[in-house]
Design a protein around this ligand. Structure first.
Ligand code: SPV
Ligand code: MG
Length: 311
């Protein structure tokens, strides 16, 4: 499914995924791109079926679905396992939220390499220390030293020289309350260190500080944004500002929470599933999403056949 294998040695085994359109071309294209959050194989299949061209493997959503807090509680290998499940069902590119890299340069490059081996198309690293805390929680968001974070970026670039693998450097200066100057200094430093794109994050309820950043930055590298809090801004404004990619960062997970809560509340109250049948996905929809029809075709091909069908 993922094309040829670029295997040089067992240790450097990197499967080359050939999704329909590469993450790099989506991010560098002049068209505004969208990456939809997914946190497991099923949500990845749903996002792809809806027509999204790229996925955001959200740290918040993956942590939440595993029952962890988005505070570096999930281990890097648990995240890699989830991404592997996503890549197994979806063949659109996956940009993985690599948090702050799970440690120093050494952990960051290890995770990046493992993600590439499991068919991720890129990783986003944020300039915070380990352990990190979700950007919308509290006010304590100490930033990494610029030089040290540049080392993390360089180590990832050196470890994963694949030109198709995208390294996004995420700036948390605005989240941490440091202002535009600090954000810009960091963006330029991360560009020098080899980042392919900059994610500028904000938790304001309007996009003004994002636009102030893009005006000053002048697209030296493509800009990725996460408008979770400034959700009212129309995407036409992002096109006008020359933004590269919008990440809808957690909406499959939040949709799942409300849908599951409503269904649980009704079933416990009504002591019946009759009332909710028309509100939940059909089993046929589930079988279709996970391609059960492919399995029956494969059975015909690979299992010994009898006169009455498959044995
Ligand atoms: C995530 O989806 O995990 C993100 C985006 O990093 S945010 O939750 O806004 O920090
Ligand atoms: Mg995250």
């Amino acid at each position: 499914m993922h094309g040829s294998l670029l295997a040089k040695s067992t240790d450097n085994f990197i499967p080359a995924k050939s999704p329909r359109e590469s993450l790099r071309s989506l991010i560098t294209s002049s068209d505004l791109a969208f990456a939809m959050e997914a946190h497991d194989g099923l949500s990845a299949a749903i996002a792809q079926r809806a027509g999204f061209k790229a996925l955001w493997a959200s740290g918040l959503s993956i942590s939440s679905s595993l029952g962890y807090r988005d505070a570096s509680e999930a281990s890097w290998s648990e995240v890699v396992d989830v991404v592997e499940r996503m890549a197994n069902v979806a063949d659109i590119p996956i940009l993985v939220d690599g948090d702050s890299g799970f440690g120093n340069f050494n952990n960051a490059r290890l995770v990046a390499r493992k993600l590439r081996q499991h068919c991720a198309s890129g990783v986003c690293l944020e300039d915070k220390a380990f352990p990190k805390m979700n950007s919308f929680v509290g006010d304590r968001h100490p930033l990494a030293d610029v030089g040290e974070f540049c080392g993390r970026l360089k180590a990832v670039k050196d470890q994963v020289p694949d030109p198709e693998f995208v390294l996004v450097a995420r700036i948390e200066a605005l989240i941490a309350g440091h202002g535009q100057d600090e954000a810009l200094v960091r963006a330029h430093a991360y560009a020098e260190a080899g980042a392919d794109a900059i994610l500028i994050h904000s938790r304001k309820s309007d996009a003004e500080e994002i636009f102030a950043f893009t005006r000053a930055w002048q697209n030296r590298l493509p800009v990725v944004i996460v408008p979770t809090k400034y959700y009212r801004t129309p995407v036409s404004e992002y096109r006008k500002a020359g933004i590269s990619t919008v990440v809808w960062a957690n909406h499959n997970m939040r949709a799942a929470i409300s849908a599951m809560r409503q269904v649980c509340d009704r079933i416990i109250r009504e002591e019946s599933i009759a009332g909710i049948e028309s509100d939940v996905a059909t089993l046929d929809e589930l079988f279709d999403l996970l391609k059960y029809q492919e399995l029956s075709a494969a059975e015909k091909r690979y299992l010994p056949q009898t006169e009455n069908g498959v044995r």
